[in-house]
Design a protein around this ligand. Structure first.
Ligand code: FMN
Length: 396
């Protein structure tokens, strides 16, 4: 049985899956449900200094936007859930009650704009018993903090409390790499990369923003790739751990974050859409992946993919493969010919199966093999490729 334990910002966690700050962690009852589902720690829904986001959620405020744009299916949870409606004293009380009710670490999450409030809120949640403090800036507000501003907030809070201080970075940064290094230098004990993106969906019939009429967060499986990219680049340079967040829907997503260099992950959307059981399922699936890959502990997988990243100049540009069509499997749908911008597929007119072939203009990009609904196209080594040969080639 693989050992799932990790150490994150000085906290000993029983596995690398945390409940992210969101409505799913806004009350003690909900935090307990997350704990019962197996999470290693909870990040409590944010306390904002700005009173406007505390006024409550507009209704409705959640929408699943999904569908197909041309050939690609996609989906996102589009939501405008407001900050914790609690004031600072009530929030501190919530932290205290969560600490009393839960046996896992409770991480407070604060969002301020004045130095005075950063200090006051940080001290309050520490005194209430928070095991660590996430410092973050709301992606939907009028002012999203820059990396420099977040680094200053971290330095300020770090100077006032003794619990670990974790910076939750917004996705919208000019240089996430630079920001991560600067925030570490400011004294952060860990980084969360990244909060959700702010976006806007529009109803083309009413010609107005959907739902409440303003911007909203959006995330989903598609959002993982941006996070992996920056975590893989920055973690080799950092001494502090990184928690990945965004798009985790299964154990293999946790594996990807760990392989990119993250120590742990946080998730909200999967639990919102599936229920708290999603946490347990994802932890179990991650353990199964570790077992299948022979990783005795999380550290043995951490950063493996980041270590295999090639620098831009080291990527080989030599063409090594060309497509070949398995004439027996081909259904003559013509999609390969339509997606090939290189003119590498000869599609006769009328497009009959018998005469489909790949020609020497094929760049070996691989797209025709990817989209072929009959899985009739394979990439073959250029050295063995012939217009009519091997697996594929033209129909006999
Ligand atoms: C409905 C909802 C509310 C959220 N509220 C907060 C919040 O109050 N504070 C915060 O730091 N992040 C908030 N987040 C962001 C999550 O903590 C998490 O970082 C993000 O959703 C990415 O993970 P996911 O793709 O698993 O949802 C919220 C996310 C959702 C979906």
């Amino acid at each position: 049985m693989p050992d799932l334990r990790v150490t994150y910002a000085g906290l000993n966690l029983k596995n690398p899956v945390l409940a992210a700050a969101a409505g799913v962690t806004a009350t003690v009852d909900r935090m307990r449900r997350a704990e019962d589902a197996g999470v290693a720690a909870v990040c409590v829904k944010s306390l904002f200094e700005n009173p406007i986001p505390r006024r409550g959620d507009p209704s409705p405020h959640m929408r699943v936007i999904s569908g197909r744009r041309g050939p690609l299916a996609w989906g996102a949870l589009y939501s405008y859930e407001q900050a914790s409606h609690l004031d600072e004293e009530q929030y501190a009380d919530l932290i205290g009650r969560a600490k009393a009710a839960l046996s896992i670490p409770v991480i407070a999450n604060i969002d301020c704009s004045t130095p005075e409030a950063w200090g006051r809120y940080a001290r309050l949640v520490e005194q209430a018993g928070a095991d660590a403090i996430e410092v973050k800036s709301c992606p939907h507000g009028e002012h999203l903090m820059s990396g420099d501003e977040l680094a200053s907030a971290v330095a300020l809070v770090k100077g006032l409390v003794s619990v670990p201080v974790i910076a939750k970075l917004p996705g919208q940064l000019t240089s996430p790499y630079r920001a991560a290094l600067d925030i570490e230098a400011a004294g952060a004990d860990a980084l969360v990369m990244f909060n959700r993106f702010s976006g806007l969906d529009i109803d083309v019939e009413t010609e107005a923003p959907v739902m409440h009429g303003g911007f909203a967060g959006h995330g989903g499986p598609w959002s993982i790739y941006y996070r992996l990219r920056w975590i893989a680049q920055v973690t080799p340079e950092l001494r502090i751990p990184v928690c990945g967040t965004g798009g985790v829907g299964c154990g293999e997503d946790v594996a990807k974050y760990v392989l990119a260099g993250a120590t742990c992950v946080q998730l909200a959307t999967a639990a919102i859409l599936e229920g708290y059981g999603a946490f347990g399922r994802i932890i179990r699936e991650f353990g199964e992946w570790m077992e299948r890959k022979g990783h005795a502990n999380v550290a043995s997988a951490r950063g493996l993919a980041a270590g295999r990243l090639l620098a831009i100049g080291d990527v080989s540009r030599r063409q090594t493969v060309r497509a070949a069509i398995d004439a027996d499997a081909c259904t003559a749908c013509g999609l390969c010919g339509r997606v090939c911008i290189y003119g590498g597929v000869d599609v006769p007119e009328p497009p009959e199966k018998e005469t489909y072939s790949v020609n020497e203009l094929c760049h070996g990009c691989g797209l025709c093999a990817e989209v072929c609904p009959a899985r009739a196209i394979a990439l073959t080594e250029l050295s063995t490729w012939t217009p009519a040969g091997g697996r594929g080639g033209q129909r006999r």
